[in-house]
Design a protein around this ligand. Structure first.
Ligand code: TV1
Ligand code: CA
Ligand code: ZN
Length: 387
């Protein structure tokens, strides 16, 4: 069907639980789990399922969630109801940082345990050697902390998955192309040299969430701490363009892999770094976003591919479907198959690669000189690791 064949010589697994997709954060909230339905419909319409092992993952157990999160926080998530009063008089705050960004909605705990379960299953497929590339578009929720929710994230499935990988792998490279800084993952592995975190993001301390991830935030300051120089950040301004983004990504990732020599790579593919995203501010097109996935794949290391942000659902779905095709090494027709469900949702853009229209472009504030200085800053950090 559609000429989509299993990749030769390696296995790709795809972890998706349709139960997740029905969840609602609330009417005005930008996070729409429904974008996962749209993604899966495109993946299936192209026949990509023929080329992968499909799994409907189980929910993570509360015990598994406690491998990273504190017990009282997990118990809160398990118990709390949308009708509960979660305002704490003493601190003058909502409990565990829930509220506008991280509302308590119906099925919240199910939602959390499903996306975390999917990332754990995906990580275990890699450590079992049952797959070489494992995909979970419902995961990648990089802001969640040990004891609190943050930025639409409750459970940090990435941290849980990396903890699994660390049982078998000496060095994990985590790469994050979400437009926001991957602060929760960075913080969790701040003091170890067994995980290198690398986030590309829009940075503006005062005006853009979460306000961390400056070029000189690189790990503990004490040079004798193992984690020193193992947190890398690529702070960017509005409007970065395709060719700049691809070159920057390659110029930074290549030396990171050469220097750190990871045995597995975790890639968070947040699609809010695409042009036209409701919360983003870059001018990156789907092909360029996908070029990052294709570039990582070429290293031939086991790879965990996760979702993340992405708030213009039709673009998120196209990007993640295209990136699925890159993982299986299939060429797909640039027009969405005529039998794709919800095709009407894509209006008159039936192509996988819509052109970013000029109304949605941000003025490019990233000069060539600025980007060169960022690459130099990263190279400087890597020099500390060469011993
Ligand atoms: C309810 C309804 C919540 C409408 C939140 C945008 C909303 C935002 C909403 C929103 C919104 C943020 C902050 C301010 C913290 C707050 C999945 C007190 C139109 C990984 C998370 C961004 C990004 C959080 C998550 C950010 C991810 N932006 N409308 N909230 N301060 N929060 O700035 O990295 O993509 O915007
Ligand atoms: Ca990022
Ligand atoms: Zn984001």
């Amino acid at each position: 069907r559609n000429g989509i064949q299993r990749p030769k010589g390696y296995t790709v697994s795809y972890h998706a639980n349709p139960e997740m997709e029905k969840m609602h954060f609330g009417p005005k909230h930008p996070m729409k789990p429904w974008r996962l339905t749209l993604t899966n419909k495109i993946v299936l319409a192209y026949g990509m399922h023929e080329a992968m092992d499909l799994y409907i993952p189980r929910a993570a157990t509360s015990q598994e969630l406690k491998d990273f999160h504190r017990e009282d926080y997990i118990e809160f998530l398990q118990r709390v109801l949308p009708t509960d009063n979660t305002w704490d008089q003493e601190s003058g705050q909502y409990l565990f940082n829930t509220g506008d960004d991280c509302p308590i909605f119906d099925g919240l705990y199910t939602y959390c345990s499903l996306y975390a379960g999917a990332s754990l299953d995906a990580a275990r497929k890699l450590t079992n050697l049952q797959s070489d590339i494992a995909i979970n578009w419902s995961g990648g929720l990089h802001h969640a902390k040990k004891t609190e929710a943050s930025g639409f994230c409750y459970i940090n499935d990435i941290v849980l998955a990396i903890l699994q990988l660390l049982l078998y792998h000496p060095r994990v490279l985590y790469i994050d192309i979400d437009v926001h800084h991957g602060d929760g993952v960075e913080q969790a592995f701040w003091s170890t040299d067994r995980v290198m975190t690398l986030s590309f993001h829009k940075y503006n301390r005062a005006e853009f969430f979460p306000g961390t991830g400056a070029l000189d935030d690189t790990g503990p300051l004490r040079n004798d701490s193992p984690g020193a120089h193992h947190s890398l950040n690529v702070p960017l301004h509005d409007g970065i363009e395709d060719d700049q983004y691809i070159k920057l990504f390659q110029d930074i990732v290549r030396p990171c892999v050469r220097t750190y020599q990871p045995t597995v790579i975790v890639l968070q593919c947040g699609a809010d770094s695409l042009g036209g995203d409701r919360l983003g501010c870059f001018n990156v097109n789907i092909k360029a976003h996908g070029a990052c996935v294709a570039f990582i794949k070429k290293f031939g290391l086991p790879m965990l591919v996760l979702g993340g942000g992405g708030y213009t659902a039709r673009n998120v779905a196209k990007a993640w479907a295209y990136e699925t095709s890159l993982c299986i090494g299939a060429e797909v027709h640039p027009n969405l198959p005529a039998h794709t469900p919800y095709l009407e949702h894509f209006g008159n853009e039936k192509t996988l690669f819509p052109k970013l229209d000029s109304l949605n472009r941000y003025e490019n504030k990233n000069s060539r000189v600025y980007l060169e200085s960022v690459v130099m800053g990263i190279m400087e950090q890597l020099r500390y690791l060469q011993g």
